[in-house]
Design a protein around this ligand. Structure first.
Ligand SMILES: [Zn+2]
Length: 156
């Protein structure tokens, strides 16, 4: 499996390609319906969530990894995740991996927003969807990279 640095390089390359693709659609070159949902703010929200997920929300939160250690004192919030999931088990499943990480993040973020007096209904749905899409894509790229590089290594 690739190390943390390799994952970050692969994720960065996919982000660059994704931003290029999103700007292409937002400029109205592709589907006009997609273009109406894509503005610079939405694309930036997607990119910021993707970068955050690459650094802090990797499926490798199931071990004592760099993303896990980046949480510093707050890593205790991911301790149950690390304990429940065995490495490269369900955390690296293309469906359960992203869902479990997004749910664990929601268990952290939603109470903080409520404590801060933010009404969840007041959050702009476009930004929430863009952020979740960024997080999910980052996790999927990690899982695919793990699978592809493992297969390449076993082939040689
Ligand atoms: Zn991994």
């Amino acid at each position: 499996m690739p190390d943390g640095k390799t994952h970050e390089v692969i994720n960065a390359a996919v982000l660059m390609a994704s931003i290029g693709g999103l700007y292409y659609f937002s400029a109205g070159y592709g589907n006009a319906v997609i273009a109406t949902y894509l503005d610079t703010y939405t694309i930036l929200t997607f990119a910021a969530a993707y970068i955050f997920a690459t650094l802090f929300l990797s499926p490798d939160l199931d071990i004592d990894s760099k993303p896990y250690r980046r949480w510093r004192m707050l890593r205790v919030l991911w301790w149950p995740y690390k304990t429940i999931f065995k490495h490269r088990g369900l955390s690296h499943n293309p469906v359960i991996g992203p869902v479990s990480i997004v749910l664990n993040l929601a268990l952290i973020v939603v109470p903080l927003l409520l404590l801060a007096g933010v009404s969840l209904q007041s959050l702009p749905s476009g930004s929430v969807i863009a952020a979740i899409a960024g997080i999910v894509l980052s996790i999927e790229v990690h899982i695919i990279s793990d699978n592809v590089i493992s297969r390449m290594k076993s082939a040689f």
